[in-house]
Design a protein. Structure first.
Length: 203
């Protein structure tokens, strides 16, 4: 069960001086969303991680959004908020420490092969894998990078609140680049494949 002391409700966020627009633009989606298992309520429970709320409150983007809401008309303030949200997400992506799982070489290979087989079990390569046909040269390195990239998928929550626009695409490219750079730093033997993926995605 969720420890409520670590979270704050939308009403609690508003009591801290946020507006609904600021919540949408600077916090994005709730960290917890669903039905309260302890009692029936017609509306789903929405909770924000208190540490994340406090972290955003310390950013220049939050200060700018607060000032903008106080000093400008609503439509202009919303535009400022959207830009502030983009800036806040980009700043978070740049600053977030990326922790790559450190595995012995044999264990990384085993997990990468298993991950590849699971992801292609119903794909066009499944028959070849079942027949024991050798994989193309360099496949193991690609599989290892793919496995590690999937293992870091949790960092994609940094993009919450940005939707299909140029800001979202910019943040996605920055995050992917940082993830591949972190993998290359943790596993120098995979650096070439990481650089290849960065170049492909930057093109």
């Amino acid at each position: 069960m969720t420890d409520r002391s670590l979270y704050v409700s939308p009403a609690g966020v508003r009591r801290r001086g946020w507006t609904d627009a600021m919540v949408r633009e600077l916090l994005g989606l709730p960290d917890v969303q669903g039905r309260d298992p302890r009692r029936y309520t017609p509306a789903p429970v929405r909770l924000y991680l208190l540490a994340r709320v406090e972290a955003v409150e310390r950013t220049p983007e939050f200060a700018a959004a607060s000032a903008a809401l106080a000093e400008t008309p609503r439509s202009a303030a919303l535009g400022v908020l959207a830009g502030s949200r983009r800036s806040a997400v980009l700043a978070a992506v740049r600053a977030e420490p990326i922790e790559v799982p450190r595995l012995p070489a044999a264990e990384l290979e085993r997990r990468a092969v298993r991950h590849r087989h699971l992801t292609t079990a119903r794909g066009p390569g499944a028959g070849r894998a079942r027949r024991g046909v050798p994989a193309p040269a360099g496949s193991l390195v690609r599989w290892q990078v793919g496995y590690l990239r999937q293992a870091l998928a949790r960092y994609e929550t940094l993009l919450d609140g940005l939707y299909g626009d140029a800001g979202r695409r910019e943040a996605e490219r920055l995050l992917r680049r940082r993830l591949y750079q972190a993998i290359a730093a943790a596993y120098p033997a995979l650096a070439g494949e990481c650089a290849r993926r960065i170049a492909l995605e930057s093109a």
